[in-house]
Design a protein around this ligand. Structure first.
Ligand code: FES
Ligand SMILES: [Fe+2]
Length: 388
């Protein structure tokens, strides 16, 4: 994180702590509960967010070397990303050009070619079909006509983003809305993926993001787990275009008071939640990183699937390093599975009742206000209600 950003954040957060307050928006924001239940909105989201918009796909460190690949279809589109022999990462629709089977699944290292599991058509790491088999069976066709269909991909700052639809390329830094220099500073390219988990829940996919966009609930809901780690009820939020950054100070944040500015270290004394619009959270946890990608499932409104991945600064080798990875993976999954997501599932059920037309985002929840306003704006829906 840039020095001048750190200085500004430390002054701001210590000010909140001293004054027993937190960042406050000017107004309360009332958000239409139909954002969680409307099938019409879900259809729009699939089209505009999950089809027409580039999304964070994975970290570069998932596929550091030629032939390394990562395939998934969580967003409803089967996508294969592979690093070619020239070191360039490319994305393809993971759809065999014979009859449409997936040519790869999961992740792998050093793959020389992808052999379709159905009839064995084989593609190189640049997506080209190697041979039309059986000989004579496809007369009149050429391999070149049957390459995997490429998708626009942008790689930078340790991340890989993909547009899940063939078309024009995109500018990653523009997508990041000014966050690029800050994210580049984490040197994420040097991290290693530790473990991933997939979580399916009967709730709207945006409730996964909501969970992370305020920490006012930590003192109550997470009393027994992460509450002792964090300074209660203090957040600092900044928007970067459609994205955002939420600073969640650890209790140790206060120790920076009185120290020279040159020793201030916000990432060490905070959890930092970056929202990468529309569906990704990148969470800096002091010494490691997590990514959360949330997708609509089923009818798009009422169920979701989320991938959570933990990245470590290096391959864990010692018992202590392995224990660190295991403990944090367990904490990550247990906290959401046992505490956050049961409440979020209840919220989803409540959204289907006539209890209220709006959910309320307080002045102290600027991250939620910005995210949900941005969702509506990006879908072309009218803003809902600013309470007086
Ligand atoms: S579908 Fe891939 S080889 Fe037939
Ligand atoms: Fe939580």
């Amino acid at each position: 994180m840039l020095r001048e950003t750190q200085v500004e954040l430390v002054n701001r957060v210590l000010g909140y702590i001293d004054n027993r307050t937190t960042q406050m928006n000017e107004r309360v924001y009332l958000n239409d509960v139909s954002t969680y239940t409307s099938l019409e909105q879900a259809r729009l989201e699939r089209q505009k967010f999950f089809n027409e918009m580039p999304q964070f796909f994975t970290m570069s460190c998932q596929l550091p070397d030629p032939g390394d690949y990562f395939a998934d279809d969580l967003g409803g589109v089967p996508i294969l990303v592979v690093r070619g022999r020239d070191g360039i990462a490319r994305a393809f629709l993971n759809v065999c050009r014979h009859r449409g089977a997936k040519v790869a699944s999961g992740t792998g290292k050093g793959q020389r070619a992808f052999v379709c599991p159905y009839h064995g058509w084989t593609y190189n790491t640049e997506g080209g079909l190697v041979a039309l088999t059986p000989p004579g069976g496809f007369e009149g066709l050429t391999c070149a006509e049957r390459s995997l269909t490429p998708l626009p991909l942008a790689e930078g700052h340790g991340m890989i983003w993909v547009l899940p639809n063939p078309g024009a390329g995109f500018d990653l830094d523009q997508m990041l809305g000014g966050l690029a220099p800050e994210l580049a500073n984490y040197n994420m390219g040097s991290f290693v993926p530790y473990k991933s988990g997939i979580i399916s829940k009967p709730m709207n996919w945006k409730l996964v993001l909501d969970t992370f966009l305020e920490t006012w609930h930590v003192a109550t809901l997470h009393k027994a787990t992460v509450a002792p780690i964090f300074q209660p009820n203090v957040n600092a939020y900044d928007a970067f275009g459609r994205n955002g950054r939420l600073i969640i100070p650890r209790r140790s944040f206060k120790d920076m008071k009185g120290k020279p500015e040159s020793e201030w270290d916000v990432p060490r004394h905070s959890a930092i939640v970056y929202t990468l619009f529309p569906n990704t959270l990148m969470v800096w946890q002091g010494k490691h990183l997590e990514t959360w990608r949330s997708f609509p499932a089923g009818d798009g409104a009422n169920s979701c699937v989320t991938e959570a991945t933990l990245y470590l600064p290096k391959i864990p080798e010692t018992e202590k390093e392995i224990e660190y990875g295991e403990r944090n993976m367990k904490l990550l999954l247990d906290t959401v599975e046992e505490e956050d997501f049961p409440v979020a599932t209840d919220i989803h059920m409540g959204a289907h009742t006539p209890a209220q037309r709006y959910t309320t985002f307080g002045r102290n929840e600027p991250g939620l206000q910005h995210y949900h306003r941005t969702v509506r704006e990006a879908l072309g829906l009218p803003d809902t209600v600013n309470a007086a």
